[in-house]
Write a protein that binds this ligand. Structure first.
Ligand code: C2O
Ligand code: CU
Length: 463
């Protein structure tokens, strides 16, 4: 389980995919389309026996039969991927957090037809923001993400600071039984509460992996919570760290890390300083709700580089539209439970129930049911979404295609964050300012996938 963290360098091309866990980019982009395939495999997840029916992505340059590769693109430069579906069911690819054209957003019915087995789809876009993002399907999402389809997408900028090492961790659980095989992903009883939790915890599809990093060096840790259910409460022991970006967007100021809550769909970029002593270990743990669980470890190697956290420069901000609050239109957005009701079948998989709703309408997000958008937004205008969570559960709410700026919360101090996913706490009222600068129909949903698929989904229309 010991991998070398700092060793990978070499030729870099836009769209080049590397094995997860180890990332290091160098200059010199080319715009060759990436061949990206979704496929099924048997993979060792729990360290005991191969699990059948795992789903992953691969590219022509990524090693086969492992976790989805980290894909790299360059800010402001065209990226293209030829996607091919080698699964036995329809799927799509959604590029979570990227503000790109609606037709590339990967949502069946709203933005594109689902991709049948054996078929393909060409995704082409120019990422406007640098940072840590991810890609995953938007069809039969509970099964497909639950079985493995979720990878990190790093958008680089030529001006990005270079650290002594960079490690990407894709954090997720698996619902495996004692025989290492998948068990039911969905329990109706749990879907109506916080969601159904996995049984095996992994980082980059490994249980407690360990990575080498330069002693006394500064390491950029890119964390992705791709789990369908779990809200991570992450703590680092053995090193000090600062938060440099949240959900792909540079943090307003470099913030010391105490404990970080990273909910499904969210990303967190830290810079940590490795200990000076060769062999010393840094542990990343999930500390709640019960006993702390180790997620991954880093081991110091080599003579100390003697860097200081004070040397960490802030990341350059991405260009974001400035909301005009004086002329904003308000949009109410009530997150609620709904009386249990049967849900129709869909080609993109139905869980069979509705438990949740946005503005009282339950919608699974990937079916053709006609419904009205939450709001018709005028291109270029500012809107304030008044979210109100009237449920006793937390919901990580994600908006496609545009970012929002959190402007107020009834329960906590808000950082002036620009984001695509925000964890709305039980009974919290929160306001998002959104500049409607991207035309199309954009879904907004809870990223606890059982909540999404049992009704906590809707969409806004920008015209
Ligand atoms: Cu990360 Cu609608 O998705
Ligand atoms: Cu939810």
């Amino acid at each position: 389980n010991l991998l070398k963290a700092a060793a990978v360098g070499g030729a870099y091309a836009s769209g080049v995919a590397l094995a997860p866990g180890i990332t290091r980019a160098l200059a010199g982009a080319t715009a060759d389309p990436l061949l990206l395939e979704a496929y099924e495999l048997a993979a060792m997840i729990d360290g005991k026996a191969p699990s059948k029916g795992v789903m992953s992505y691969r590219t022509s340059t990524s090693p086969a039969d492992v976790a989805p590769p980290v894909i790299r693109a360059r800010r402001g430069e065209p990226f293209s991927a030829r996607f091919e579906n080698r699964l036995q069911e329809p799927t799509t690819v959604h590029w979570h957090g990227l503000r790109i054209a609606n037709a590339m957003d990967g949502v069946p019915f709203l933005t594109q037809p689902y991709v049948y087995p054996g078929d393909g789809f060409d995704y082409t876009f120019t990422p406007p923001d640098a940072g840590t993002f991810w890609y995953h399907p938007h069809c039969n999402t509970l099964t497909q993400i639950g079985r493995g389809l979720a990878g990190m997408l790093i958008v680089e900028d030529l001006g990005d600071p270079v650290f002594d090492g960079e490690i990407a961790l894709n954090l997720r659980d698996w619902r495996l039984g004692g025989n290492s095989q998948f068990i039911e992903q969905f329990k109706a009883r749990d879907a109506a509460k916080a969601g159904t939790f996995g049984t095996v915890r992994t980082a980059n599809w490994q249980v407690e992996p360990s990575y080498d990093a330069p002693a006394g060096g500064l390491v950029r840790l890119r964390l992705l919570a791709s789990d369908v259910t779990r809200i991570f409460n992450l703590k680092l022991t053995g090193a000090e760290a600062v938060i440099v970006a949240i959900d792909g967007q540079p943090a307003p100021s470099i913030m010391p890390l105490d404990m970080a809550v990273v909910s499904p769909g969210q990303r967190l970029d830290l810079v940590l300083r490795m200990p000076d002593d060769e062999g010393a270990t840094v542990t990343i743990e999930d500390v709640r709700p019960s006993t702390p669980k180790t997620v991954a470890r880093l081991r110091a190697v080599g003579a100390s580089l003697k860097r200081s956290l004070g040397d960490v420069p802030p990341l350059a901000a991405n260009p974001q539209p400035e909301p005009d609050l004086s002329a904003a239109t308000e949009v109410p957005l009530i997150l609620s439970a709904t009386a249990e009701q049967a849900a129709k079948d869909s080609i993109c998989g139905s869980l069979g129930y509705s438990f949740w709703a946005i503005n009282k309408v339950p919608y699974p997000g990937d079916s053709a049911d006609p419904m009205a958008p939450l709001a018709e937004m005028k291109l270029g205008k500012t809107y304030v979404f008044n979210l109100e969570n009237v449920t006793p559960h937390a919901h990580p709410i994600h908006l496609h295609g545009m970012n929002f700026k959190v402007i107020s919360s009834s329960t906590r101090a808000v950082l002036p964050l620009v984001s695509d996913t925000y964890l709305v706490l039980p009974d919290e009222k929160v306001q998002f300012a959104v500049v409607a600068d991207n035309p199309g129909d954009w879904v907004l949903h809870c990223h606890i996938i059982e909540h999404q698929k049992t009704g906590m989904t809707s969409f806004v229309r920008v015209v």
